[in-house]
Design a protein around this ligand. Structure first.
Ligand code: SF4
Ligand code: SF4
Length: 649
């Protein structure tokens, strides 16, 4: 079988496997909604996920070690991941091949020529990794902050001396430049910036990393659109998520594998690793004269790596199309160098790399300027149960969307700007969307998160039972009553929906009963009295008087009011004897309503948001959950400085 055919089968296999793993990443009763599948396996193979989280957190979460295998194999074989495994690469390749069919060979070859713009992806990678690793300079900054301005100025001066005296000695010049730059950085950061909070690491690789991108797009856009039972699943920011995905594919119709060539930071990381690869593509004609110059090797080249001339290893995605297309059969995959020469790495100028790194380092503080107090906390932002503290969470979340897909109630939604620019596409709970709030006996999101941004919880820990009984359940926030919107509080309308739906035991919502005169029905005059009914000068009313919560009060006051059981032609039927309760002709009467006004008990509320979801007040619910009192951060305690204890404390 031809290598190209094997490659296509492999690509199809991994594409189907990726879509399948998104499809089964669901808690439900359907046959395919299975639990326990390794749904994040492709993310774990992605070395950029591992590398970036190591930079931001200083640790490698279990499954992410697989990324080192990808790097090792890339160093041995070349960019096999891009050409054989990556589902986004496969999708782009399919679009590119389809649009290429309508092009003439010359136009086809033109679109597959290498282009200087292909370096952009390396600069993007540099910027993203600088963002992730910027915290590594903190010890340096702290040091210079403690020592004042003298040490960094001394380092700068020493660097300048080395540059001046080392005009003919490259190592002296490079060391001098490094010292001058490091000294300036220390001086600037340690002495000019108040504190170094702005230097906190930021994990933004997930925005452009193709594996989280494709997982996110398939989970949040493609599968909801084709949901098998026809129910449309709402996803906030769907236009943005889907728009990026469509744009990536549309651009590959213009230039094959556009994203891989110009944007993909994972491709750039693998491209840098290829520098040491043992096997690679190249021309294998012994004397270098077998090529007839037909140019067919360019016609289907997926990496735009100029195979006929000095092949650029870093760009080659091992599609083997050149090998297949060459009529002279001189293109081969070998440990021998190409007879026309090779260019192993991207030709990047030092200035461009430094500029990209500096841009990455500056962009993050800029994104954080909107939060000058450094609290980084927006009470309206409720994170899934098990989420790490906000800073640690942002240092781990790669925006893959696995948690959003697995959520059985779809309450986890991607943020757009609710968590700031930095938090784009991270998960938040939107209690109005989805089919309910956060189920208090569900631990699905933490069990699929590939980076432990949402740490895996045991059911006992989530619910605060067994050995966790002394700590109480995991809280994600607290519900607050909006008395200005609540029906019993603000409008005299009976409602106990939130109290009824509160799933915790004992309930976190209690009610206090009051009797209140119904506005407009408070100055009635009794016309006639029968054994079970009273006739009154009743005006038109929309109140459902026979609902069980309405009473007719006579001269004896609300204490002796009779429950209204029906209403017919001005006659109010009551439960009990009206005459016995003091109703007489021409005596005053009033309709009173029994209201159960809800109160939230913050000691028992876990912030599941079922009450907010069920609240019948449309628009802004009358009971809303904020992240106050969430378990993940004592600093977010309800009462500043005190720290509300756990329910069992
Ligand atoms: S928190 Fe959700 S979106 Fe972020 S890495 Fe974990 S599973 Fe992916
Ligand atoms: S958010 Fe609190 S009050 Fe509302 S339903 Fe959940 S536990 Fe009950």
């Amino acid at each position: 079988m031809r290598l190209v055919t094997i490659r296509r089968i492999t690509q199809g296999f991994f594409l189907v496997l990726m879509i399948g793993s998104c499809l089964v990443n669901r808690v439900g009763d359907r046959w395919y909604e299975l639990r326990g599948w390794p749904v994040s396996w492709l993310l774990e193979l992605d070395p950029l996920v591992g590398l970036a989280t190591v930079l931001t957190t200083g640790s490698l979460y279990k499954g992410l070690l697989w990324g080192t295998l990808t790097l090792a194999l890339t160093a041995l074989l070349g960019r096999f991941f891009c050409g054989w495994l990556c589902p986004l690469g496969t999708l782009q390749q399919m679009v590119g091949a389809w649009t290429d069919k309508g092009r003439r060979p010359k136009a086809r070859a033109y679109g597959r020529q290498s282009h200087p713009g292909q370096k952009i992806k390396y600069l993007l990678l540099t910027a993203l990794l600088t963002m992730a690793g910027v915290e590594l300079v903190c010890p340096l900054v702290d040091l210079s902050g403690q020592g004042g301005w003298i040490p960094p100025v001394a380092v700068i001066l020493a660097g300048i001396v080395l540059i001046r005296t080392g005009q003919k000695t490259p190592w002296k010049r490079s060391t001098g430049w490094a010292m001058a730059v490091a000294g300036s950085l220390c001086l600037m950061l340690g002495n000019l910036l108040p504190g170094n909070r702005l230097l906190a690491a930021g994990l933004q690789t997930g925005i452009l990393d193709p594996i989280p991108l494709v997982y996110r797009s398939v989970s949040l856009v493609v599968l909801p659109l084709i949901s098998p039972d026809g129910t449309f699943v709402v996803v906030t920011g769907g236009l943005l998520t889907g728009g990026v995905f469509v744009l990536v594919l549309a651009l590959s119709a213009w230039r094959p594998r556009f994203y891989c060539r110009y944007v993909c930071p994972l491709g750039a990381l693998l491209g840098l690793t290829v520098r040491w690869s043992v096997w690679r593509m190249g021309r294998q004609d012994k004397n270098g004269d077998a090529c007839t110059g037909c140019g067919r090797c360019d016609h289907h080249c997926e990496g735009a790596c100029d195979p006929a001339n000095e092949i650029q290893w870093a760009e080659c995605v091992l599609c083997y199309n050149c090998r297949d297309d060459c009529p002279e059969r001189i293109m081969g995959y070998s440990t021998r160098p190409s007879t026309t020469g090779e260019n192993p790495g991207p030709d990047l100028s030092r200035r461009a790399v430094l500029t990209a790194g500096a841009t990455g380092a500056i962009l993050l503080p800029l994104a954080r300027l909107g939060d000058p107090l450094g609290v980084g906390w927006r009470p309206d932002l409720v994170r899934p149960p098990g989420s790490l503290t906000e800073e640690a969470f942002l240092n781990r979340c790669i925006k893959c969307g696995l948690c959003m897909r697995v959520c059985p109630t779809n309450v986890i939604q991607p943020t757009v700007l609710e968590a700031g620019i930095e938090g784009l596409w991270t998960p938040r709970l939107d209690f109005r969307l989805g089919s309910s709030g956060c189920q208090h006996n569900c631990i699905a999101c933490g069990s699929v998160c590939p980076t432990a941004a949402i740490r895996p919880l045991a059911l006992e820990e989530r619910m605060g039972t067994a050995s966790f009984a002394d700590k109480g359940p995991v809280r994600i926030g607290t519900a607050f009553m909006d008395r200005g919107r609540c029906l019993p509080w603000a409008m005299g309308i009976p409602c106990i929906v939130c109290q009824e739906n509160c799933p915790v035991s004992p309930k976190a919502i209690t009610t206090r009963t009051i009797m209140e005169t119904v506005a407009g029905l408070d100055r009635l005059i009794v016309q006639q009295v029968s054994s079970r009914a009273v006739h009154l000068n009743l005006p038109f009313t929309r109140s459902p008087l026979a609902g069980g919560d309405y009473f007719l009060a006579g001269p004896a006051g609300p204490q002796n009011a009779l429950r209204i059981t029906g209403l017919q032609a001005g006659w109010i039927q009551v439960a009990g004897d009206p005459a016995g309760a003091g109703f007489r002709q021409q005596t005053p009467a009033a309709v009173v309503v029994r209201l159960q006004q809800p109160y939230v008990d913050p000691l028992h509320c876990i912030g599941c948001g079922v009450c907010q979801h069920e609240c019948p007040v449309r628009g802004r619910a009358a009971i809303r959950v904020t992240s106050e009192n969430e378990t993940r951060s004592r600093a977010h305690a309800l009462l500043a400085g005190t720290g509300l204890p756990h329910s069992k404390d």
